[in-house]
Design a protein around this ligand. Structure first.
Ligand SMILES: [Fe+2]
Ligand SMILES: [Fe+2]
Length: 137
């Protein structure tokens, strides 16, 4: 269900690769919950996912700033909203409310992810893709 498809490509390789990884990490976490893996395992998966999300947002935001993307601020606000939703998920986990955690992942997070990638990130990719070749490190 948490599948990245080529229609979600934003046209910038490094960003597409990270998106694929993000979708896989969410899928793994949702499977872990279905299979009722232990709290330590799920906690570790959440921590790893959180680090990955932050790393991904930092990269996009860096490209947008350096290449002077005009919609930088509204894009960054969507990232912040996502972090808030993610923090809410962590609270479910801390309270060991696994069913709310599972429905949060499949509902809010998944739909946010698809929506954000297919619209907001795609628009950003259109702007960045021609300019980024000179900037790749
Ligand atoms: Fe983004
Ligand atoms: Fe993204």
């Amino acid at each position: 269900m948490f599948k990245w498809t080529p229609s979600l490509s934003v046209g910038v390789e490094v960003i597409d690769r990270q998106h694929q990884e993000l979708f896989m990490l969410f899928e793994d976490l949702s499977k872990d919950l279905q299979e009722e893996k232990g709290d330590v395992h799920v906690g570790r998966a959440i921590g790893f996912l959180e680090d990955y999300v932050r790393k991904h947002f930092t990269l996009e935001e860096k490209y947008m700033r350096v290449l002077e993307y005009p919609d930088y601020n509204s894009h960054r606000m969507q990232h912040e909203e996502f972090i808030e939703s993610f923090n809410a998920l962590k609270v479910h986990f801390e309270k060991r409310d696994m069913s709310l955690l599972a429905s949060g992942i499949t509902g809010v997070i998944y739909h946010w992810l698809v929506n954000h990638v297919s619209k907001t990130d795609k628009a950003m990719g259109e702007f960045l893709k021609d300019k980024i070749d000179n900037y790749y490190e």
